[in-house]
Design a protein around this ligand. Sequence first.
Ligand code: GRF
Length: 208
Amino acid sequence: MSESPLRLAVLASGRGSNLQAIIDAIEQGRLHARLAVVISNKAAAPALERARKHGAPTIFLDPKATPDREAYDAVILEQLRQHDVGLVALAGYMKIVTRVIIDAYAHRIVNIHPSLLPSFPGLKAQQQALDGGVKVSGCTVHFVEEGVDTGPIICQAAVPVLEGDQAESLEARILVEEHHLYPEAIQLFAEGRLMIEGRRVRIRANHV
Ligand code: GRF
């Protein structure tokens, strides 16, 4: 294991259950990272409270205080740099990340999405899966590039769609998998094992 923990920033807008899964993995020693900062565009996001309980620095940045998305992202970027962030994890972050951050943190931003991408990007992915009649859905962790829920896929977990599933029941079962998958993917990044080759991400074997 590398000497110093990965300095992780999490951007979150809401409930923060994935942030909690990350915090739990750090506290249990499954994720060799330190929560350098948690940033939200929502002052009342429960994610901020979860971070505070863990003792991590939190920042609310009001989108209304800046004229456009790029200016907003420039403020975030400044905070990422001030906190010496090595990886940015989006966790229920309901804003589109612009080139301002993507260029500065190329291949160092990850996201989790509740479908097997490239199927069902965007909002209400679980309802999209039900409407599409698929028998299997799941979740995806991917590197972030311009575009909504695009970018090289790091890992996925499959979840069967059951007879009688509603969006809420499917969401709940997918979320269980998200909470396993996201800390594991971040740990792979922390170990330097993710190699991007075109659209594919190769996971190097663990030599330890
Ligand atoms: C998750 O389903 C995640 O995949 C999606 O937004 C939701 C966030 O949930 N991007 P939480 O805030 O982590 O509980």
